[in-house]
Ligand binder design. Sequence first.
Ligand SMILES: Nc1ncnc2c1ncn2[C@@H]1O[C@H](COP(=O)(O)OP(=O)(O)OP(=O)(O)O)[C@@H](O)[C@H]1O
Length: 530
Amino acid sequence: MVNSVEEEGCTGLWQGIRRQARSLLGSAFEFRNPKEVDFAFSKCDPHPFPHPESDRLEHCYKYGKGSGKFYPVLLDQKLGDYVVKAKLGHGNFASVWQCVLDEGKERDLPYESVAVKVCTNSKKDSKDDVIEAKVLMKLNKRSDGKGDFGKNHIQKVDECFHVPGSFGDHFCIVGEAIGPSLDYYLNLTEKQQLGHFDTEVAKKIAFQILSSVTWLHNAGYGHGDIHPHNILMKEKGFKAGTNAKRPICIENTKPEDVPYMPPYLVSCIDDDLTARTPLTVDNCDARLVDFGQTFKKNQPRKVHKMTTPKGNRSPEWTLKNTPITTGIDIWSIACITYRMTTGKHLMWVEERYKDEHGKLTQKRTKADINEDHMPMMAELLGVPPAWMIKKWNTSGLPKIDWKSIKPEGNLHERILQDRPAGMSDEETALFEDFLRQALTWDYRYRPTAAELIQHDWFKSVLSLKDELHLSNLAKPTSRFSRAITKISDGLKSWPTRLMSPWIKKEDLEAQPATEVKALGPILGARAMEI
Ligand SMILES: Nc1ncnc2c1ncn2[C@@H]1O[C@H](COP(=O)(O)OP(=O)(O)OP(=O)(O)O)[C@@H](O)[C@H]1O
């Protein structure tokens, strides 16, 4: 780990004052029409002092005094051995910057452009960031010895270092600068009024993500936060963002935070929804990023900091005391695939209240959101297994008259309504079957990524190489290795079992037989094993 930094960050009152002076000068040069100003909410929480310039910039409150704050990065400053050239984006726990290697420094980096993720300074967050970096480095070095199918769709990380901030260190992770996010392309498609991705492109991206998750799960990890912001589309010669400097409005910040504010925020590619080279089956190359919530496959996931959009969360996330396993990744992929293919959200849960003018206000409570989300799932997917209904009742969810719910739900009707014009009935049936499998209520019957990726819906986008890899995945293993896997899975699953004594075998058997049958022979066999 490299531990040096020459930075322009906020380290004291004097620098704060200098910064404010620069900010005022900056404002004078970068006058913006106040009519364009709109208060809207970005990915971060709303705050009494939002930045008034753009809904895609981070909020001012992400900077300032205290913990859990961003490091104030400026263009052309040094971060470790790197120089900042453009902003790539931000999330709840980091801002990410496109950088070049500083003059005189040497690295043998296997890619043309570097991304430095500068994490927030909270101790708890930084523990997660260190885990993220460690896991990614470990994964980058790992090989399954069978061609590593899917590994190249996982982000590459090469180095970490710390930058000292005013309120503690900020952990930095150096990796490849990849390209715009899937969310960017979804927004672009919406803006261009195209409605949805070309079905073959959607299929290819879903296939690539599933292949990365197959590799990840086989390596023993779950991702835990798959959503369109965390899927990046590799672009050759990628040049990030508009890099517009948006001066911070001091009146929108808390007085005690002022000395620690950067003079400006930097807009990024998300602000620039202008035409890019369209995604095609030949050029689309997805990468899974942000391993901040990754977890070990055989240890139930802790639910302490989840930022995945609520509509993409699986039912076990909502039901009380239900283990969170790698099955959550499969569910999220299904939701994203639906959105890419149809242009519509499969399940959309409003995360904030709206005021009388339709403007989003404060965050809704978890219980409040669940009240919408779970009935939505029931309407779409039909009646859940008996043990889940029991849990439903004890999780404080709204009572449902299960007799009024169609056993298989109205997913079929939804697909018919939302499918792209020209999608044949045969293709629709395959798409529906893929979704039904991926959206299996019970996480233990949900197919694994390695099973789901073999679904016939993907057939039309497979290359010869993909087919070869898939045939390797499908190969029956020897009796000996099956026995070893069974023993080791049994041992490894003890933590999960200890966490879920309340799921009884009888409850499992009580689930509707149709659900198991619908999953086909592989899954039926798996269900029998359980
Ligand atoms: N390697 C990269 N190349 C290009 N852009 C990137 C890269 N890494 C991150 N980004 C951009 O920065 C954004 C934020 O990064 P990231 O999701 O890692 O931050 P985070 O704070 O951990 O997010 P979250 O709130 O989802 O946990 C991404 O949505 C993406 O747009």
